[in-house]
Design a protein. Structure first.
Ligand code: SF4
Length: 290
């Protein structure tokens, strides 16, 4: 279903490598998505999958997490799916910090429904809904995520650098919590020109490096000569790097291994036996006895 040259294919390759390297059992792995080009992701995987409703991937994934803490959960969502109709779920999911990897495929456009302005479309981008150019400045998914209380893993990568993409996915998978990755994703069909300057001129990208950040090989380091050391424990510096406009920062903005996780609460009682449930119900009903 994806067009030739679509950045979604690069992410698919990276994810399949991750599943192989980490030896994730297909029967213990689930991909959840909403609606959009990237939300077709579960169909390309030989694992469990749930291709859900527009904007609703995150609550579905949280439901799975609450009852099946033994599964590896990945969410594929797009800029339209996550940052527009699903924005309410996005904000609260950051705060819930349930253990899952969330891949935001950000191509700056609604691709599946043929080129409408999305919340991340750059101002001036001509689309079917704004033929004279998008009217408003876009939402920055990284700045938004870093602004929500209890954010625990916030990273950005690009689809056209396979080592950095894979290393970011690996770090996100290792993190115990809500691992949010904005993947800048090429859509050759509708926004072919949007990321050209980033791809062709590496100095437009700022690579964040740190021993606790995303570890990449020398090839990736050479591909992005414009670098800055950033400790991902420092959220204030992470916010500053997300806000600066000199170059697009990629790497790990923030990680907090100690953030509260709501799934540690929702899984309580999961192993309760039938007899224990009946006893708990009996005790509960006793308070209404007259
Ligand atoms: Fe990929 Fe764009 Fe084609 Fe959708 S429309 S499959 S995002 S290239």
């Amino acid at each position: 279903m994806w067009c030739p040259g679509c950045g979604d294919l690069a992410v698919l390759t990276a994810i399949q490598r991750l599943c192989r390297d980490e030896q994730l059992p297909p029967e213990k792995t689930v991909f959840v998505s909403g609606i959009g080009c990237s939300s077709r992701f579960p169909h390309y995987m030989k694992t469990y999958g749930f291709h859900g409703l527009h904007g609703r991937a995150l609550p579905v994934a949280e439901g799975i997490r609450s009852r099946r803490p033994d599964l590896h959960i990945f969410v594929a969502t797009g800029d339209g799916d996550c940052c527009s109709i699903g924005a309410g779920h996005w904000i609260h999911s950051i705060r819930y910090n349930m253990n899952m990897v969330v891949m935001l495929f950000d191509n700056n456009i609604y691709g599946l429904t043929k080129a409408q302005t999305s919340p991340t479309s750059l101002r001036g981008l001509k689309t079917n809904t704004h033929p004279r150019g998008a009217w408003l400045d876009p939402i920055d998914p990284i700045q938004t995520t870093l602004g929500v209380v209890n954010a625990s893993f916030v990273a950005r990568t690009v689809d056209w650098n396979p080592p950095h993409l894979l290393a970011t996915l690996q770090a996100a998978h290792r993190h115990q919590g809500f691992s949010f990755i904005q993947i800048i994703q090429r859509c050759p069909h509708y926004t072919s020109k949007v990321f050209e300057a980033l791809q062709r001129e590496p100095s437009n990208v700022l690579l964040m490096t740190h021993p606790d950040g995303i570890t990449v090989d020398d090839g990736a380091l050479r591909a992005f000569p414009n670098q800055v050391e950033h400790d991902p424990a420092n959220i204030h510096e992470g916010r500053e790097l997300a806000e600066q406009n000199d170059a697009v920062a990629i790497g790990l903005f923030y990680r907090n291994e100690n953030a509260q996780r709501y799934d540690e609460y929702t899984v309580e009682g999961i192993a309760t036996t039938r007899a224990q449930k009946i006893e708990a119900l009996r005790k509960e009903l006793q308070q209404y006895e007259v």
